[in-house]
Design a binder for this molecule. Structure first.
Ligand SMILES: [Zn+2]
Ligand SMILES: [Zn+2]
Ligand SMILES: [Zn+2]
Length: 105
């Protein structure tokens, strides 16, 4: 089983109370499906099922490989380098997110 060796890149251990959506989609006028937060810097991006996959692009551009899901009731994290999912109990808090613009029309 692969283990993530990037846990020392985690700087964000407290999730924001509320986010407005995928930062890059909001800036570019795009639409996201699910939201992910970068645990390296707190950047909010969109999932691999979104058209622009901003969370993955951010991970590759900024060498911040670990994201956590911001979807209600989800607490899993993912490392884009190791392609492995995990739970990171020291990351606490829960975030209010707006509905996906792809699902509300
Ligand atoms: Zn890793
Ligand atoms: Zn996006
Ligand atoms: Zn980041």
């Amino acid at each position: 089983m692969t283990r993530c060796s990037h846990l020392d890149t985690i700087e964000v251990t407290e999730l924001p109370d509320e986010v407005a959506g995928c930062e890059d989609c909001l800036a570019a006028g795009g639409k996201w499906l699910h939201l992910r937060i970068c645990l390296g810097c707190g950047h909010v991006g969109c999932c691999d099922d979104s058209p622009n996959r901003h969370a993955r692009k951010h991970a590759e551009a900024d060498s911040h490989p670990i994201i956590r899901s911001l979807e209600p009731g989800e607490d899993w994290c993912w490392c884009f380098i190791d392609d492995v999912g995990m739970r990171i109990p020291q990351v606490t808090g829960s975030t209010r997110i707006p509905p996906s613009p792809m699902l509300s029309r």
